[in-house]
Design a protein. Structure first.
Lengths: 555, 330
């Protein structure tokens, strides 16, 4: 189903209305958001990385996909409003704004410095404050607990003027210690503000330590329910959970999304660590941290694998299992028995499976003439659709497919078989391509062996494409298991399709955990190597050792 | 023109009116003219007379209950979305309970919020010191972007409100609970940043604001009659921005100055005047006000005595001025 392109006002809409627009593009932007924020904090020598990172997905999804905000006319009365009540997430907020064109990304290096537009806490943009603010900032934050009340004022004005724009208010969990939050909570319910969505960044850490030790706010869900709000609870780092809830308007009362997050999420020694609430990383470490952010990967189990076959029941079972055990996506191998010597399932099956999970569907079409059935796969709810270069015929055909996918909000992918070279025309389409698969088996059956000759091919092609400006993902598909995965990671792949390596074993949970441990350790090791080459080894180990030890303990 | 000059004080001429009703009526009139005016109240809409606005425009008055921090912040939100928002309750609670919100959510972003409070000063009466707001001028004056108005009678209230709805940015307007003597006429003119010489004199300039303007006029009459002191009475309804030109002029023409306010002498009108004189025309500024202590309860019929006890009656003003003139002669 087509992406609705903003919040939806129609009644009785089904889940299809709340789809993500280009899942992988969004992931890529969120990575950039974190990099920009971290650069700003490191340059400034102070700031709050923890809150910037726990709220990164929330702010990114709002600005990149949900809100109607035209920064050329920042005071357009029909705009959606974002009130950042937990304003110490400023670096993340600024990074978000820079990515939607509020100001040049380079300017993040002026954060918190004298004569900067990027003040320590954001300032409402106006003619008077234009030297201390950037377009898009609605609210001067910094003093906790005020933003929800301000949001209420905006909602009341919007209702009075019969405008249906939304107000999104980001709250910190520590911030809800403030009594004013509960004054506001009462008032929003009294005024039945169904044009208000608050998002609680529930990272469970405040300046002095863990929230439940400093000032317990649990049971937080029950509190808001008893204040007569609509309450939903989600994982605040999963965009497939965030986007539908940010899009779905409440019916007759205000809504709060309790977004369970990890403070400092993205950098292992900052994650869930109260010490990193308001501490800046050393500028020297920045290249290492950026490398760590670039190391983020996605595991995409292929549900055709495993001994229990591909009956609908079994596929469904595997989806549920994969989601429960922390897979990032579901890989769907569509085979037509023509382009490849095997036949699996088609769009009708995918459509039936769609509501079994919120995880993105990563569909890999190994079929002749994919253009002729593209609409059905889009309609079935695929988030990523990868077609084979061998089946596209020529550049014009690919262009048509690509255009359709992009305009439908689907992440477009291109795959090549082990023996196929990437077509030359790909270089003029890199901006509109979200994923490239360099197959490491000849597709057709699950359980094949990794073809080692593919590695040098990856190592040749991937840097070349990066050089040409490709920012999307490389997906490793075919014979990926614990013996081959780190080599593909090393070559630059960040999405890993795993079939029998996951479903070929009874303990799926253990397999996924082991795989993650393997990749995390590999990344850790490569960061250490890098620190050596930067002459920072001792420093890096000191700042990181505890975390590495925690890793070993958690195994 | 000032009515007082046209009609020298006789008991039968004195008319009393109440600032809060003037506020309520003005708000209704302004609301008819300007649909973007809204009002936020805090369980005191009856007392503040903003209820009238709510009766006329039910969807434009928001009563948020007893929650002042929320009240002023909601007013800020309404202003962000393009409204001219009036935020009103007792002076004891705004700014008493929400300085941070006024500072960060209203003044810093310079939003169009007009804070109009009532029951300022000792003259609240029976409720006692908890409700007698005597620090607000000082607090509000120190906030960048904030302007502070202290009208003396019902007409000033009306005229000043008509002015400020056209001036973007925050205002703090301080009203008193009791009815006050009418000083001005419909023809009187008010400007933000200006003061008015209500009664001329050569020996001393008495600067006052709010309820103390009429007390100063009475004191001036007594001084003329009993002490042959010619006392100029100046209404500084705009405490911030303050009319420094007028202060300069008065210093040059009358020499010494005195200030009269129903407020702590720390940081109030007297301080504001001293800030000007000490920079551009050094002179004595005798500060007549509450001398850095808390007030106490008094029944409505005892309010004159209460003010007298705290040095704010016409008689006390006279005593102070006479003492100042004596010390100057030495």
């Amino acid at each position: 189903m087509k992406w609705s392109g903003g919040h939806d006002n129609s009644e009785g809409s089904d889940d299809d209305m709340y789809k993500i627009n280009r899942y992988l593009k969004l992931k890529e932007k969120l990575k950039e958001l974190r990099t920009i924020a971290l650069t700003g904090i490191a340059e400034a020598g102070s700031g709050h990385p923890g809150a910037s990172f726990s709220a990164a997905e929330i702010m990114g999804c709002l600005y990149f996909q949900i809100m109607n905000n035209d920064l050329k006319h920042p005071h357009n009365p029909n705009r959606d409003y974002f009130i950042n009540s937990k304003a110490h997430s400023a670096p993340g907020y600024y990074a978000t704004l820079s990515l939607v064109g509020s100001f040049p990304k380079e300017e993040i290096k002026t954060l918190r410095k004298l004569n900067s537009r990027l003040q320590g806490h954001p300032v409402r943009y106006s003619e008077m404050q234009k030297h201390h603010s950037v377009p898009g900032i609605e609210y001067s934050g910094g003093s906790e607990g005020i933003g929800l009340s301000v949001s209420i004022g905006i909602c009341l004005a919007n209702k009075l003027d019969k405008r249906d724009n939304m107000v999104y208010c980001l709250l910190g969990d520590g911030e809800t210690n403030e009594g004013q939050i509960w004054e506001a909570s009462m008032a929003a319910a009294k005024f039945k503000l169904n044009n208000l969505i608050a998002i609680l960044d529930r990272n469970k850490i405040q300046q002095d330590g863990f929230t439940e030790e400093i000032m317990p706010i649990d049971p937080v869900k029950e509190k808001w329910l008893s204040f007569n709000w609509e309450v939903v609870e989600i994982n605040g780092h999963k965009i497939e959970q965030l986007i539908p809830e940010l899009l779905r308007r409440p019916t007759d009362k205000p809504k709060i999304i309790i977004a369970n997050t990890v403070k400092g999420n993205g950098i292992k020694h900052m994650a869930n660590n109260p010490q990193w609430h308001g501490k800046a990383p050393s500028k020297k470490h920045l290249p290492l941290l950026v490398r760590e952010l670039e190391g983020e990967y996605l595991i995409s189990p292929s549900i055709i694998a495993g001994a229990d076959g591909i009956s609908e029941e079994s596929l469904e079972q595997k989806i549920v299992t994969a989601e429960r055990h922390g897979a990032d996506m579901i890989h769907l191998d569509v085979m037509d028995g023509n382009f490849v010597p095997n036949s699996t399932f088609f769009f009708d099956t995918i459509k039936k499976l769609r509501d079994r999970t919120k995880l993105p569907f990563d569909a890999h079409l190994m079929i002749q003439n994919p253009a002729s059935v593209l609409d059905q796969y889009i309609d079935a709810g695929c988030d990523i659709i990868t077609v084979h270069a061998e089946t596209c015929g020529n550049e014009q055909e690919f262009e048509r497919i690509n255009f359709k996918l992009v305009s439908s909000g689907v992440s477009p992918g291109l795959a090549v078989n082990p023996g196929t070279e990437l077509p030359g025309w790909i270089f003029s389409h890199l901006d509109n391509l979200d994923v490239i698969i360099i197959m490491s088996v000849n597709p057709g059956f699950a359980g094949q062996k990794f073809i080692p000759e593919v590695l040098p091919k990856m190592k040749k092609v991937i840097p070349l494409l990066r050089e040409q400006g490709f920012k999307g993902y490389f997906e490793a598909d075919g014979g990926i298991d614990q013996s081959t995965i780190t080599q593909c990671f090393d070559a630059g792949c960040r999405i890993f399709v795993m079939g029998n390596a996951v479903f070929g074993h009874s303990d799926v949970d253990k397999r996924i955990r082991e795989t993650r441990f393997l990749l995390d350790s590999y990344l850790e090791k490569s960061l250490l190597d890098e620190s050596q080459s930067l002459n920072l080894e001792e420093d890096w180990i000191k700042g990181r050792r505890n975390i590495i030890e925690q890793f070993n303990l958690s195994r | 023109m000032v009515k007082y000059e046209l009609n020298p004080l006789t008991a039968s001429d004195i008319k009393f009116s109440d600032m809060r009703s003037a506020y309520g009526d003005s708000l209704v009139n302004l609301g008819k003219k300007y649909p973007n005016i809204v009002c936020v109240g805090g369980d005191t809409t009856d007392s503040l007379k903003t209820k009238k606005f709510g009766e006329k425009f039910p969807d434009r008055l928001f009563n948020v209950g007893i929650a002042e921090a929320n009240l002023v912040s909601i007013a800020a939100g309404l202003a962000i979305a393009g409204k001219v928002s009036f935020a009103s309750t007792y002076a004891a609670f705004i700014p008493g309970r929400c300085l941070d919100q006024i500072r960060n959510a209203i003044c810093y972003p310079n939003l169009d919020v007009k804070i109009v409070v009532s029951h300022a000063g000792l003259s609240v009466g029976p409720d006692g010191a908890s409700h007698q707001q005597i620090e607000d001028i000082s607090i509000m004056r120190s906030l960048p972007n904030m302007r502070v108005l202290v009208p003396a009678d019902a007409i000033s209230v009306k005229k000043l409100l008509e002015k400020i709805v056209h001036i973007p940015g925050p205002f703090y307007v301080r009203l008193a609970r009791p009815s006050t003597e009418e000083i001005y006429s419909e023809e009187s003119n008010f400007e933000i940043g200006k003061g008015t010489i209500i009664k001329d004199g050569n020996d001393i300039s008495l600067f006052s604001c709010g309820t103390m303007v009429s007390a100063s006029l009475k004191a001036s009459d007594i001084m003329k009659k009993d002490h042959n002191i010619s006392c100029r009475v100046v209404d500084i309804y705009s405490v911030k921005p303050i009319d420094s030109e007028l202060i300069y002029k008065c210093t040059k023409e009358t020499g010494s100055l005195a200030s009269v306010e129903e407020h702590n002498i720390v940081g109030g009108l007297g301080s504001a005047i001293s800030e000007v004189t000490s920079e551009i025309c050094p002179t004595f500024v005798r500060k007549i006000g509450i001398r850095d202590r808390y007030g106490e309860s008094a029944r409505d019929e005892e309010i004159d005595s209460l003010l007298d006890k705290y040095g704010l009656s016409p008689g006390e003003i006279v005593k102070n001025v006479v003492a100042l003139k004596k010390s100057e002669k030495k």
